[in-house]
Design a protein around this ligand. Structure first.
Ligand SMILES: [Zn+2]
Ligand SMILES: [Zn+2]
Length: 210
C-alpha cells in the first residue's frame, strides 16, 4: 500500500505545480514536473528530508521540464516520461520553449513509460495512466486509491488545452472519461496548474465531462 506525503511548489514561467512526494516507510521520494526554479524545488526536498529516487514528467511541455537537467544533476537520479513525449525533451520546437523565448533542450529520459507501468519509490508506487489529448504522450499518475496527479489533462473545473501540436480535444475528453474511469470518486486530484480538486466532484460539475 502506498503511503506518502505530498508537498508542492509553484515554479517556472507559467506557474506549474511541482510535486515532491516522500514514502513514509523509507524516506525515498519522487518529484513530478520540475518546471523551473530548481533552488525552490531543492529547498522543499531538503525540508522534507526526501531521498529522491524518481523524477516523473507528466508530459513534455517546457513549463513542466524547465529544471529537469538541473534537478537530475542535483539529486543524481533519472527521469521518466511517456514514450510518445520523449522527443519533446530533446527539441525546443517540440517542447514549445522556442515559442516562449528560450531555446531549451534536455538530456533524454532514462526511462520511457507506457500505459500500466508502475513507478516505485520505497514502498510507495504510482501507476501510469496514458491520457493523450493535451499531448500525445500525456500521463496521469494514480496511487490506486487516494491520489491522482493529472498533469495538464484535468484541472479543477476544466481540462487542458488541445490546440498545441499533438493535441486533440475529442481524445482528451475520451481520456478523462474512459482512461480515468478506474479512478475512484473519493480520489484527490492534483493538477499541473491551479488548485487540487476531487475526482467525484469533477465528474459531477466539470462542464467538459458532461
Ligand atoms: Zn502542457
Ligand atoms: Zn502546463
Amino acid at each position: 500500500m502506498s503511503s506518502f506525503s505530498i508537498k508542492s511548489v509553484v515554479v517556472g514561467p507559467v506557474d506549474v505545480n511541482c510535486y515532491v512526494l516522500k514514502d513514509k516507510a523509507t524516506g525515498k521520494g519522487a518529484v513530478i514536473d520540475p518546471g523551473g526554479h530548481v533552488e525552490r524545488i531543492m529547498s522543499l526536498i531538503n525540508d522534507m528530508k526526501a531521498d529522491i529516487a524518481e523524477i516523473i514528467i507528466t508530459h513534455g511541455h517546457f513549463d513542466h521540464i524547465g529544471a529537469l537537467d538541473e534537478l537530475r544533476n542535483a539529486v543524481g537520479c533519472g527521469a521518466s516520461i511517456h514514450e510518445l513525449d520523449a522527443e519533446m525533451l530533446l527539441k525546443s520546437r517540440k517542447n514549445l520553449s522556442i515559442f516562449m523565448g528560450t531555446d531549451a533542450s534536455f538530456r533524454p529520459a532514462e526511462r520511457l513509460l507506457k500505459d500500466g507501468d508502475v513507478i516505485r519509490f520505497g514502498e510507495s508506487f504510482l501507476k501510469v495512466i496514458h491520457t493523450p489529448g493535451h499531448t500525445a504522450g500525456g500521463i496521469c499518475l494514480y496511487d490506486g486509491e487516494k491520489v491522482l496527479f493529472s498533469g495538464d489533462t484535468l484541472f479543477a473545473g476544466s481540462v487542458g488545452r488541445s490546440d498545441f501540436p499533438g493535441g486533440d480535444h475529442y481524445q482528451l475528453i475520451e481520456s478523462v472519461v474512459k482512461a480515468l474511469a478506474e479512478v475512484k470518486d473519493e480520489t484527490v486530484v492534483y493538477p499541473g496548474h491551479g488548485p487540487e480538486t476531487g475526482m467525484g466532484y469533477e465528474r459531477k460539475t466539470n462542464p467538459f465531462l458532461g
